[in-house]
Design a protein around this ligand. Structure first.
Ligand SMILES: Nc1ncnc2c1ncn2[C@@H]1O[C@H](COP(=O)(O)OP(=O)(O)O)[C@@H](O)[C@H]1O
Ligand SMILES: [Mg+2]
Length: 270
């Protein structure tokens, strides 16, 4: 169980995340939505402990992970693997070595220096790539793959850590619609089949509705909605994206277009 309790991050005067709280008591696929600047990335980075919270608490299965340091922090970071919009692979390294990088945490410095991987880990890496439909890419350099394939390599690297939680920060924002679908389906399958919690920052409402069991909406650093996709009505969406009073049911297509540009794929009934 993951519990986020009044988590806050301030950068100088700017409150990027403002007392955000939520609890997951079973493996869930959660989508976090909100405009650019709403605090989505900062929230995920704090959960993964890439950023230190200014205030608040993160607990997992009763263990307080808010202030872990050193090896215990690295251990936590491998329990909640992170995936990024830009994949963060080593471009000139082959795919399987990129995936094996997911085991860095539990390998000695010497083994890392000499790129020595246990045979069993290599088999696991290939199995994971196979599961994601890209085993045949294993010997290629990461940079030779398409964006969608590279994101699946990044997911494979995350799975190599056997994490309880996968945190994905806009994992499909750089992908075309077809690859976006493949990557979202892969994340959904990892949730369904492995029972891992997936928390995914998404810039379109439609994607969150389609793939997630639960949607959290953020605005100006605060959680302003937390519910099921069915509860995410047009009115609620408008509130999350702060569309204001001008954005009525009879919104013009120009207004919808403006909203879409702001990161929301909101469909308003005609
Ligand atoms: N390292 C930082 N230093 C200063 N301000 C930051 C930093 N990271 C994020 N912010 C600010 O915090 C707010 C939330 O940013 P972010 O979490 O990236 O939002 P989102 O991911 O929803 O677009 C923004 O106003 C952003 O400019
Ligand atoms: Mg972001």
């Amino acid at each position: 169980m993951l519990a986020i309790d009044r988590l806050t991050k301030r950068f100088g005067d700017k409150t990027a995340v403002d007392a955000a709280s939520f609890v997951t008591d079973k493996p869930t696929m959660i989508g976090i939505i909100g405009r650019s600047g709403a605090g989505k990335s900062t929230l995920l980075r704090m959960i993964n402990r890439l950023a230190d919270p200014t205030e608040g608490r993160i607990t997992c299965n009763g263990e307080d992970v808010t202030h872990l340091s050193g090896a215990r922090r690295r251990d936590w970071q491998s329990r909640c693997a992170m995936i990024f919009q830009q994949f963060n692979l080593v471009p000139r390294m082959d795919v399987v070595s990129n995936v094996l990088h997911g085991t860095l945490n539990r390998r000695s410095t010497l083994a890392t220096m000499f790129n020595l991987y246990p045979q069993a880990d290599i088999h696991t890496a290939i199995d994971i790539l196979d599961r994601l439909g890209i085993a045949e890419q294993a010997p290629k350099r990461a940079e030779a793959l398409s964006g969608g394939q590279q994101q699946r390599v990044a997911i494979a690297r995350a799975l190599m850590q056997d994490p309880d939680i996968i945190l994905a920060d806009e994992p499909i924002a750089s992908l075309d619609p077809m690859n976006a679908q493949i990557v979202m389906e892969a994340l959904r399958r990892i949730h369904d089949e492995d029972g891992r919690t997936v928390i995914c920052n998404l810039h379109t409402l439609d994607t969150a509705r389609r793939y997630c069991d639960r949607v959290i909406g953020m605005r100006d650093g605060r959680i302003v909605f937390d519910g099921t996709p069915a509860q995410l009505t047009t009115g609620v969406a408008r509130d999350i994206y702060d569309a204001g009073a001008d954005f009525s049911e009879a919104a013009t297509s120009t207004e919808i277009e403006t909203l879409n540009k702001a990161g929301a794929a909101i469909r308003v009934p005609a």
